[in-house]
Write a protein that binds this ligand. Structure first.
Ligand code: FES
Ligand SMILES: [Fe+2]
Length: 437
């Protein structure tokens, strides 16, 4: 073992360990900023958040301030939100509608397609700024998949579709839930935690902690007559009640298990869901509709885009490090388009009950992760975390840790250049040929 070793991937003894320095070191964070946030595809936003011409949202993506907007022709843009003059943001609002972005500092003004169109005191420049600087910059690559927009700051990175590979099928399972498509519900859940961002990656695809950290939620579900996750009887599309973890190239991974709880759903909500399901069956076949509505799925798209479909709610979440021990998180709810108000209300209530600021899940998760970060204070004495659960099983269950190991191997490859073999368990829970045809 060298000081540079972050992962122990011991196949003989089925032990997988992560060096706790990876969660605490500012040097590691600098390398992550360069090798991960500077070179992989990062999520910016969903097309439904900027439905009309000149609509915009401002975001922080991988440490860069950006404007995600539509220009006056309706084309989607991503502009770096920094004035070419002396750096100030050219847009200080979180969302809105604007044809021109005027910098607050000295008044340079830019069209929403980026061009610099007005410079106060322009006559004082021998070389006109508009001719020298042209306009606001964009990330090296901008691309979208099923309405989800991503950027990549590396001009040489492989394209988005190649990067997503088969993991994209889990985006399809969310995007195909209504013939009219899906949309982000207005409103965001923003929070921060005093813990390393990779702890939240692990937590977002961790089926193991559900029973301990979220027992109050499951007790509530049982009182309401719903079956808690991973305790059902039915196998869905080859996924047993205990569920399974699966890995894909480039660090994407998913855990899934048969969905069996719709707490507090009224008849009308159940009818809406049944309607969506039968439309999906007609459009794509029963096998695909089963995967879509019959399996709960937690997916990570490397490095930090999370998509969680628990039937009672569909959440999208991304997060970026502020420092080695602080993370900023933004979460949204996705809703199938065309559903009635009662269904929307049901989804909002569930999202708040489970993931909300005073919900039964997220605050407890944050507490667990902040406790872990505190524990890393003793990393001089206890230097390694264990991520071995289910290693060596032919089919790791949803509450095993295959999906985390898969993510960590990609993290390790990008940070150290060392390529560790996968565990060879890629699984898509439907007949792809039927859907791709
Ligand atoms: S920094 Fe924007 S106009 Fe000066
Ligand atoms: Fe949790």
């Amino acid at each position: 073992m060298t000081a540079e070793q972050f992962i122990i991937d011991d196949r003989e003894n089925n032990l997988f360990r992560v060096n706790r320095e990876a969660f605490t070191s500012e040097d590691v964070l600098q390398r992550e900023r360069k090798e991960i946030f500077g070179k992989t595809w990062l999520y910016v936003g969903h097309e439904s958040e900027i439905p009309g011409k000149n609509d915009f949202q401002t975001r922080d993506v991988g440490g860069r301030p950006v404007i995600f907007n539509r220009d006056r022709h309706g084309d989607v843009r991503v502009l770096l939100n920094t004035c070419l003059h002396r750096g100030s943001s050219v847009c200080r609002h979180s969302s809105g509608n604007a044809k021109i972005f005027t910098c607050f500092y000295h008044g340079w003004a830019y069209r929403n397609s980026g061009e610099l169109v007005n410079v106060p005191g322009n006559e004082d420049y021998k070389s006109e700024p508009a001719a020298v600087y042209k306009g606001l910059q964009s990330p090296a690559q901008v691309d979208s998949y099923r309405g989800l927009y991503f950027v990549n700051f590396d001009p040489d990175a492989p394209d988005l579709l190649t990067f997503l590979g088969e993991a994209r099928y889990f985006i399809d399972l969310a995007a195909d839930q209504s013939p009219e498509g899906v949309a982000i519900l207005e409103g965001t859940h923003k929070y921060s935690l005093k813990a390393n961002w990779k702890l939240l990656v692990e937590n977002s695809i961790d089926g193991y902690h559900a029973k301990s950290v979220h027992h109050t939620y499951f007790e509530m579900m049982m009182e309401l007559g719903a079956t808690p996750p991973m305790l059902g009887k039915d196998t869905v599309n080859g996924v047993a009640p205990a569920g399974m973890g699966t890995e894909f190239p480039n660090g994407h991974a998913t855990l899934m298990y048969p969905a069996n709880g719709l707490p507090l759903a009224t008849d009308s909500v159940k009818q809406t869901l049944a309607g969506l399901r039968s439309q999906a069956e007609q459009a794509f076949g029963e096998n695909y509709a089963n995967a879509m509505f019959g399996l709960a799925r937690n997916s990570v798209f490397f490095p930090s885009l999370i998509l969680i479909d628990l039937s009672f709610g569909l959440t999208l979440r991304t997060f970026y490090p502020v420092s080695a021990s602080e993370t900023l998180v933004t979460g949204w709810q996705i809703i199938p388009k065309g559903v009635d108000e009662e269904f929307v209300k049901y989804r909002i209530n569930n999202a708040l009950t489970f993931w909300g600021p005073a919900g039964l899940a997220t605050p407890d998760d944050v507490e667990a992760l902040e406790q872990a970060q505190k524990g890393f204070g003793a990393r001089g004495e206890v230097g390694w975390s264990d991520v071995s659960k289910g290693m060596g099983k032919p089919v790791p269950a949803a509450n095993d840790e295959l999906q985390m190991r898969s993510w960590w191997r990609e993290w390790n490859r990008r940070i150290t250049g060392e390529q560790l073999p996968t565990e060879g368990t890629s699984f898509v829970p439907f007949d792809k040929q039927g859907v791709d045809a």
